[in-house]
Design a protein around this ligand. Sequence first.
Ligand code: SF4
Ligand code: SF4
Length: 233
Amino acid sequence: MSKAPTLSDRLSKARSGSAPEVTDRARRGLMAYVGAQADVARAGKELADGTAATGVGRVALSAMSPQGLACAEGCAFCCILSGDDGGTITEAEAVALHRALAALAGQPDGRAWHPKACPSLDPETRSCRAYDARPMICRAYVSTDVEACKAVSDGQAASGPGTLGPYHTYLAAIGLSRAALKGVKRVSTYAMARVAAAAVDGASLEGALASARHKPTELDAELKRSKRDLSRI
Ligand code: SF4
Ligand code: SF4
C-alpha cells in the first residue's frame, strides 16, 4: 500500500500561479514552516488558514530595511481605498482584524474622515486602530513621497508608493497552500475592507467572514496582477 503524501510532498509539487522565482522563495518558506511544526495537524491547519503564508511574508519583510521612506503615524492616504474590497487577506489575518476591531463597534471610523477610507482607521488621529493586526497588504505598502500617495488616493498615477517584494512572496505562499491542500482543506481569502467594515458594524466573526469571503477566482486574479507587476520591475 502506498503512503499518503505528506504536506511537504504536496508543497513540493504545488503550483502557485506566481512567477517561478517568487514561487520557489514561497515554497522554501512554507517547507521550512511546516518542517518546524511537531504537530502535523496544526501545520495543516496553519497552511489552510494562511498563518503559514503570513509568517513567510512577515519573515521576508523583517529582513528588509528600505531607506528614504516618508511613512509616518497619522499619514493615511494609503488607507483611502479604491474600492470596497480593500485587498486580499488570509483567514488568519481576517480573524485577527475582526478581533482587534470588534470592541470598537459603533464608534466613528475612518469613513467619517474620508468616504473611501478603511474602517480600521481612527478618523481623528488617522492612525490604524488595528495596527498590530494589520495584514500583509498594509505592512508591505510604503512610499518615499507623501504627495504621490495623495495623488494616488485621488485616482491619479504617481511614482513613489509601491508594494515591497515580500507581499508577492506571501501571495505566492497562499497560492501554493491552496494548491497543496486541494481536495483536503479549503484555503480561502477575504476582502480586507469588508472584514473591517463588518467588524465595526458589530457583525460576528462568522458573519464578517461570510460577507467578506472571496471567490477562488479573486486569488487567481491577484496572483496574475502580482506576476504582471513583478515583470515590470
Ligand atoms: S504609504 Fe504614503 S500615505 Fe501611507 S504612510 Fe507611507 S507615505 Fe503616508
Ligand atoms: S488596516 Fe490599518 S493600515 Fe491597513 S488600510 Fe486599514 S487603517 Fe490602513
